[in-house]
Design a protein around this ligand. Structure first.
Ligand code: AFP
Length: 326
């Protein structure tokens, strides 16, 4: 006997009544889910079809573009256009703001395939997105919204079939894909208080390049927690949300080759850091930058702005934030 479970769309319908969300939001979410499923299909068949290699271009960040980055970008733009609900999008794969529909009511900030070093291996990557609402009443108020103004943010971990969504003032929820390719079984994610399962996640090969105070914090705390690192933010943050602990991508300030320093951090504010910070807040956690400032309070100055990131259980994030603020 097949057991049918509560679907994502049913869950949203139920929630929208309680949180004053409109059908426009549902239609946008439907578009993002369709895009994610389509990307997942290409990813799963990518090794056979020759789609897991380089595309031959360099993106706005100066990085080699993978074929899958291009495919994921095209698919996402297609569905955002079809939804009719988006005025502008900002994507890691496009230097310019992408104009979609002048009558659209949402801004969407996304990275359609984050974690490129995993692509050639077919290992987990992320499709991350944040959504903000356009000011429909007053004058146009620009696209550069800080995380505090997002109404939702989420991530698909591709190809694992998991989808996690943070809804403003309504929690962070995880869904799993079923046999019919439907996301089902909403589970509310709350970061565990109990430290037994907590993990630390950072690129250990960079540790000597971090600021001294960050290196000292790591030396003092690392033996208390398990260490895990996948190299794709969505996958690493997925674990932190379930197990607790902290993911960090600190500023690189002590690289032996000073040209390789990244004092502003590596991750992108609008479609990486603010997305996970938003989900983390809704799950009871916190996130700060290298100055100990809450990620959600940072007002972006440019679309592809970078930031350092410390995100996870409030106790750990606050502990390191105190040191970062000194
Ligand atoms: P790429 O998509 O450019 O590989 O970057 C992935 C990412 O932005 C994020 O998903 C990871 O957490 C982080 O960078 C990994 O960076 P390192 O390879 O330097 O550890």
């Amino acid at each position: 006997m097949i057991r049918f479970e509560e679907t994502f769309m049913n869950f949203l319908l139920h929630h929208q009544e309680r949180h004053n969300r409109t059908y426009h939001f549902l239609i946008l979410m439907d578009a993002l889910i369709s895009a994610a499923k389509h990307i997942q299909h290409y990813y799963l068949t990518g090794a056979l079809k020759g789609n897991l290699g380089l595309a031959g271009d360099v993106n706005v960040q100066g990085e080699d573009v993978m074929r899958m980055d291009q495919i994921a970008q095209e698919i996402t733009i297609h569905y955002l256009k079809a939804s009719g609900r988006v005025i502008h999008a900002i994507s890691e794969e496009s230097e310019e703001i992408i104009s979609i529909n002048p009558d659209g009511r949402y801004f969407v900030y996304f990275d359609p395939l984050d974690g490129s070093s995993n692509i050639p291996h077919g290992l987990p990557v992320g499709f991350l997105f944040g959504i903000a609402k356009r000011n429909l009443e007053g004058p146009e108020d620009g696209h550069l919204r800080g995380g505090r103004d997002y109404i939702a943010a989420g991530m698909f971990v591709i190809p694992t079939g998991t989808f996690t969504l943070g809804l403003k003032d309504a929690g962070t929820w995880r869904f799993h894909i079923d046999e019919t390719m439907t996301f089902v079984r909403p589970t509310r994610m709350v970061l565990p208080e109990e430290t037994k399962t907590w993990e630390l996640s950072f690129n250990a090969s960079n540790r000597r390049t971090y600021a001294e105070r960050v290196q000292e914090w790591i030396a003092k705390n690392e033996s208390k927690y398990a260490f895990r690192y996948l190299g794709a933010l969505a996958g690493d943050f997925h674990r932190i949300l379930s197990n607790g602990g902290m993911f960090m991508y600190p500023a690189i300030v002590n690289h032996p080759n000073p040209k390789k320093n990244r004092p502003e951090g590596k991750l992108r504010l609008m479609y990486e850091a603010a997305v996970v910070a938003f989900m983390c807040r809704e799950a009871g956690g916190a996130a700060v930058n290298e100055a100990g400032i809450p990620i959600l309070e940072i007002q972006p100055q440019k679309h592809h702005q970078r930031t350092a990131l410390y995100v996870g259980s409030t106790k750990l994030v606050e502990d390191i934030a105190k040191i970062l603020r000194e």
